[in-house]
Design a protein around this ligand. Structure first.
Ligand code: SF4
Length: 297
């Protein structure tokens, strides 16, 4: 069994910077992150150890005991940012610049007279941040939801959640256009570059491998997208949070195992998964040798 690592995988700069900033903030004063900084339990444990408290964007200011509050890399609406700034708390914002780009893109479209449509998962924190300032927005995730866009909207501006599969987004934009042959559909591509790189690398990985292991949090949207995509490409796909989740039996038939990871996964977690898979390779070899000796005897 051979192990192949994707050419792009794991933690993106947006998440890495958000974690580093939060750790620096927590060294100077007590801090509460308003939400899950990243959807990854290993990172979460490290932040707990650094004394970072977890709140939520829906927390009341009087419920937050720390001096500072921190917005996550997923971003927040301007109205939410402004209302926290009025509470007297020190406010720190670790929103990824590429999420900010998605906010500004939607704003530009609305200012230019386009009705806002967002492609993404309605309840995801990034999407909630995107649409809160534009309550008219329609969020769609698949073709069946195009019917939710009001029929009299003829000038439509589309952006997407930064971690959506780019081919899925482009396909949906085409379908929205087809649903309004007389209308105008303007799309600004807000799928981020690290996501695109990881998706492209996964395509290459799945073409070489019969099995793919995706490392990342169970509630991480982009990790789930990678696992679904690997499966769509014909590989047997497993999603794990850590090396402890791996099982030797999964790889009984595997010859080429690809490894990739979501954008909030630490490098050390990926390396632990690779090391465990290498142990499995040795174990499979030992079992094969044992079977051959048994056959001879
Ligand atoms: S996945 Fe993309 S948008 Fe999200 S934090 Fe990472 S780089 Fe930024």
């Amino acid at each position: 069994m051979k192990i192949h690592l994707a050419s792009h995988y794991g933690m993106c700069f947006g998440v890495r910077d958000a974690i580093a900033q939060t750790q620096e903030i927590a060294e100077i004063q007590s801090a509460t992150v308003l939400g899950e900084l990243v959807h990854n339990p290993v990172v979460q444990k490290k932040l707990d150890a650094a004394g970072v408290a977890i709140g939520s964007l829906d927390s009341k200011p009087q419920e937050i005991k720390s001096e500072a509050v921190v917005f996550t890399a997923h971003g927040v609406a301007d109205s939410v940012r402004n209302s926290w700034a009025e509470t007297g708390k020190k406010v720190f914002d670790t929103t990824c610049p590429l999420v900010k780009k998605a906010h500004r893109s939607l704003e530009c479209l609305v200012l230019a007279g386009f009705k806002p449509v967002v492609i993404g998962t309605r309840d995801h924190v990034e999407v909630r941040g995107l649409i809160t300032d534009f309550p008219e927005s329609i969020v769609i995730i698949d073709e069946s939801e195009i019917a939710n866009i009001p029929g009299d909207w003829q000038k439509i501006g589309v952006v997407s959640q930064t971690t959506q599969p780019v081919s899925h987004v482009e396909n949906l934009v085409g379908k929205i256009g087809e649903s309004r042959p007389e209308g105008e559909v303007k799309f600004i591509d807000t799928v981020c570059k690290p996501t695109k790189n990881r998706q492209q690398a996964l395509n290459e990985l799945a073409s070489q491998c019969d099995t793919v292991v995706v490392v990342g949090g169970n509630n991480s949207n982009n990790t789930r997208q990678l696992a679904n995509r690997a499966s769509d490409l014909g590989a047997v796909a497993f999603q794990v949070e850590t090396a402890d989740d791996l099982k030797l039996a999964w790889f009984a038939e595997s010859q080429h195992v690809g490894v990739t990871a979501g954008t909030s996964t630490l490098e050390e977690t990926v390396q632990e998964v690779v090391a465990q898979l290498e142990e499995f390779t040795k174990e499979k070899r030992r079992l094969m040798l044992f079977d051959s000796l048994k056959a001879i005897a």
